[in-house]
Ligand binder design. Structure first.
Ligand SMILES: [Ca+2]
Ligand SMILES: [Ca+2]
Length: 256
């Protein structure tokens, strides 16, 4: 009798579970579809392809343009007074040059460098290289920075449809990334830069959307910050050090 009761209880339990079964919630609606461009080694062809996807170069023309792209290569003479120091102005590329980009970092500043950062650590001269001659860029005291968009020449928040970045010396997979955020702060995805495939060590990662929806770009460079006593993982150190060169982005459009 006891066995029968247990059996019935078991069956009842199974039936109970079955009747309590709740349909799985529907998957969240898909986010905006990203198109990703990557290259390593000889990256110039892919960089040009990305430029062409975004359209005409708008340089430092003030005011929102209907179409096209902006590009920061860090190499202009206007930046010379700030080069090879640790206080490159965060808003240089929307005040001195009206290109609609401003930067923030949890570190102590930014450095535009014409020596491959060899003045920070002589070993870096052999570690990093430029894509566009001859300056490259990194935050100081951090390996992370954010790029925000503004209407060119105005302190007006803006959004962009795409961002592409040239990196120097990506050695570890999935650590150097671009994370994109919409105007409401929601993530549009995190995209890894490809590991370098040759000694020159350049990598390219670009992401576009159909519409201008990117309000913030979080750039994470390898696994640690540059420093006098900090060597790259390929040079006796424990961190993957990475810096960046060209930033290419869709025309910043006033955010509403
Ligand atoms: Ca450059
Ligand atoms: Ca590295």
């Amino acid at each position: 009798m006891l066995k029968t009761l247990l059996t019935l209880a078991t069956v009842a339990g199974i039936v109970g579970c079955s009747s309590d079964k709740v349909a799985a919630p529907p998957p969240p609606p898909p986010g905006p579809q990203a198109t990703v461009y990557t290259a390593t080694g000889a990256i110039a062809t892919k960089v040009d392809e990305f430029r062409n996807v975004l359209g005409t170069a708008n340089g430092g023309v003030a005011g929102e343009q209907a179409t096209g792209r902006r590009e920061i290569n860090w190499d202009g003479a206007g930046a010379n007074p700030f080069d090879n120091k640790n206080d490159f102005p965060a808003n240089f590329f929307n005040t001195n040059v009206k290109a609609g980009a401003v930067f923030t970092t949890s570190g102590t500043g930014f450095r535009n460098d014409s020596t491959d950062f060899a003045e920070i650590n002589p070993a870096y001269g052999a570690q990093f290289t430029f894509f566009s001659a001859n300056k490259i860029f990194a935050p100081v005291g951090s390996n992370q920075l954010d790029q925000l968009f503004e209407v060119a020449g105005q302190p007006t928040p803006a959004v962009s449809r795409g961002i592409g970045i040239v990196f120097s010396d990506v050695d570890v997979a999935d650590k150097t990334t671009i994370q994109l955020f919409a105007q409401d702060g929601s993530s549009l995805g995190t995209f890894p830069a490809p590991v370098r495939s040759d000694a020159a060590g350049l990598s390219f990662l670009g992401v576009t959307f159909a519409d201008a929806i990117i309000a913030r770009v979080r750039i994470t460079l390898g696994t640690g910050a540059l420093g006098a006593g900090v060597n790259d993982i390929t040079d006796g150190g424990t961190l993957d050090l990475v810096v960046l060169d060209n930033l290419i982005y869709g025309e910043p459009k006033k955010a509403f």
